[in-house]
Structure formats: structure tokens, C-alpha cells
Design a binder for this molecule. Structure first.
Ligand code: PMP
Length: 348
């Protein structure tokens, strides 16, 4: 009730001004008895306006577009092409987006609703095919009509976490996953600079092995990852561990930023997302559940009273058609199922 009636302040000039400043929320001992776990949810109902498109990528997209406009990389009328698993594409919501087939159908619908042109690349080409298509489209649009999106978590997510805890608690562990690596490298670098004792915990799918595998350690003489990297195995955590070498790794950014690694067993992320929804009222996606699972495992081994922050990258509503909602679907009665079947867009 603490914030009831407080309001947001004077009217915002436009919706982009609502991006960022998501609250940290304490997780109860129903999820984690051993330690104080705080999560950084992008869009529980209460903080919906903090990230109007409900993911950690909102502030990123805003910073990218603003910076590109300021430095002249992006000029009026140009097309922005983004290879995306969905959240950055939704956040960018510009003229032209490509995405690989395995990502949820609701992401595509939301991007189209926002006026983006969605180009779905074949499953067989995986993430690499998606990026190649983005390059092709950007080049077709001529010369400078492309903006490849770098990551801005150093300027946004990192400071938000440090500022929120300033004078409140010492941050013992910061737990995150790894997709493009933007959150890990950007926010992680800021957190280490400001709070060197904070341990960074990196979670990755047990089935895949981007970080644990040779990709991180097998380096060419110049420090870039060796091209003979293992093929990454399929895993259920959308947004994590893509089957291409993220740009941040190509640029040789420091993977040693992590102090610990936690491997997430296949269904653990879904189960933890469901527990967060049912026990805490926090509706987050599969990567959010996976990160929380890693945080709870870390907390079990940490000294009592440790403070952990787990990143919850997006809302669970982005997963209505996925196994995250399988239990819910199974609970629907015949009447509900009949309505669902007779509604053409019933999955969404
Ligand atoms: N979770 C979800 C749902 C995502 O879309 C992404 C971004 N692909 C991530 C986690 C990973 O974040 P990052 O790209 O900053 O490593």
C-alpha cells in the first residue's frame, strides 16, 4: 500500500518517457527461505508504466534510438532493421524487423500491432540465418539505412540497481542470464565498478553451452572466439544462449566478469516462473523464472542474510502459447475450450 495514491507526477510528453526505473521487489520466503532476494521485474501490474512494452529491452531501445538520432547514424525516414527474438524488436517497434521462427507467436503479433514489418526466417537457418537476413535487408535499403543495435545497459540498468540499493542494502550477488550478453556485460561492468564485492552469477541452460563451452575459452590469437565453436543444442529458454556468436563476444568482451555459473535444468525455469506467478503474483517469462531459479540455488549456498538481485527480463504474457501456460490450458473446462476453439485467435 506504500505507494498508493502517489501517482506518477505530471503527464508524460509521450510514452517513451515512461521507460525505465523499474522497482526492485522483495521475494518472500515461500520462494527463497535462505536469503533476501530482490527481483527487478519489468512489468508486474504495478510497474507496467515503468516499461510500457513490458521487457528489459524498452530502456535499451530508447537509448539506442536516441543516441543514433543524436549522433546522426539514424536519420529521418531511414529503416531500422533488427534481428530479434522478440523483445528488442517489440521495443524498437520500427519499420522492419526480422525474427527466427522458433520464438513465440505473440511476439510477432505485438510487433505487427506496433507497425513493424515482421520477416520470419526459416527455423533451419537458426539465429545465424536471422542475422544474415537482417544484414541483407539493411544493405538493400542502401548505404546508411541500417542501425545495428549495441547495448546500453551500462548507462541504464546498472545504475538503476546500484541507486535503488544505495543506503538500503549491500548487494552480495547479482544474477542474470545471457542472450546477446548486453545485460551481463553492460550492467555487470557497472555493478563491478561501483560495488566490487558483488558476485556476478551467470545462468545458462544446461542443454546449451555457450559460456561453458569452447566458445568462450577457445580463442584465436587476436582474442576473437574460434570459429570451430560447437553447435549449440536446443533449449527452452527463449532469449537465452543464441546459436550465433553474440557481437559482444566477437568484440572480445570480458567473460570473466562472472564469479559463478549456474546451469538451469530443462523445466526448472518454467516451474519457477509458475511459482513466481502463483506465490508472489509476479508474472514473468521463462528466462525470468530461470534467473530466479539460479538466484535461489545461489542463495541456498550463500551466507545467511545475503542480498541477491535477480533480473526478470520480460512479462509472462509474452508466453501464452508456450509450455509456460500448459498447466493453465489443462485446467480450462469444456465450455472455455469451446469458446477458445471458436475464436480464431484464441491462443492470442
Ligand atoms: N530474456 C529474454 C526474454 C530476452 O528477450 C533476452 C534478450 N534476447 C534476454 C533474456 C537476454 O538479455 P541480453 O540479450 O541482454 O543478454
Amino acid at each position: 500500500m506504500a505507494n498508493r495514491g502517489k501517482g506518477y507526477g505530471p503527464p508524460l510528453g509521450n510514452i517513451s518517457e515512461a521507460v525505465g526505473n523499474t522497482p526492485l521487489v522483495k521475494i518472500s520466503d515461500r520462494i527463497c527461505p535462505a536469503a533476501v532476494v530482490l527481483s527487478s521485474p519489468p512489468s508486474s501490474r504495478a510497474s507496467f508504466l515503468s516499461n510500457p512494452l513490458s521487457s528489459v529491452k524498452d530502456r535499451l531501445a530508447l537509448a539506442i534510438i536516441e543516441t543514433a538520432e543524436k549522433n546522426g547514424t539514424l536519420k529521418p525516414g531511414q529503416t531500422v532493421v533488427e534481428a530479434t527474438s522478440g523483445n528488442t524488436g517489440i521495443a524498437v517497434a520500427m519499420m522492419c524487423v526480422t525474427m527466427a521462427e522458433p520464438f513465440s507467436i505473440e511476439r510477432r503479433k505485438i510487433m505487427r500491432m506496433l507497425g513493424a514489418k515482421v520477416i520470419v526466417t526459416p527455423k533451419a537457418g537458426k539465429g545465424t540465418g536471422m542475422v544474415e537476413k537482417a544484414v541483407e535487408l539493411a544493405e538493400k535499403n542502401g548505404g546508411f539505412s541500417k542501425v545495428f543495435l549495441a547495448q546500453f545497459h551500462y548507462d541504464t540498468t546498472g545504475p538503476e540497481i546500484i541507486n535503488d540499493l544505495d543506503g538500503v542494502a549491500k548487494l552480495d550477488y547479482w544474477v542474470t542470464g545471457y542472450g546477446t550478453g548486453g545485460t551481463f556485460h553492460g550492467a555487470g561492468k557497472y555493478i563491478k565498478e561501483k560495488s566490487p564485492d558483488t558476485k556476478i552469477v551467470l545462468a545458462e541452460p544446461q542443454a546449451a553451452n555457450l559460456i561453458g563451452s569452447g566458445i568462450a575459452t577457445e580463442r584465436n590469437a587476436d582474442g576473437s572466439p574460434a570459429s570451430s565453436h560447437p553447435a549449440f543444442k536446443a533449449h527452452p529458454i527463449q532469449g537465452w544462449t543464441p546459436d550465433f556468436i553474440p557481437l559482444v563476444l566477437e568484440k572480445g568482451l570480458d567473460l570473466k566478469l562472472q564469479d559463478e555459473m549456474v546451469e538451469i535444468p530443462s523445466t526448472a525455469g518454467v516451474e519457477m516462473s509458475q511459482a513466481l506467478a502463483r506465490k508472489e503474483g509476479i508474472l514473468t517469462g521463462i528466462s525470468g523464472g530461470s534467473t530466479m531459479w539460479a538466484a535461489v540455488e545461489t542463495a541456498k549456498k550463500a551466507p545467511e542474510g545475503s542480498v541477491l538481485v535477480a533480473m526478470l527480463p520480460d512479462t509472462g504474457e509474452r508466453y501464452l502459447s508456450t509450455p509456460l501456460f500448459a498447466d493453465v490450458k489443462a485446467e480450462m473446462n469444456e465450455e472455455e475450450l469451446a469458446i477458445a476453439r471458436s475464436t480464431p485467435s484464441w491462443i492470442l
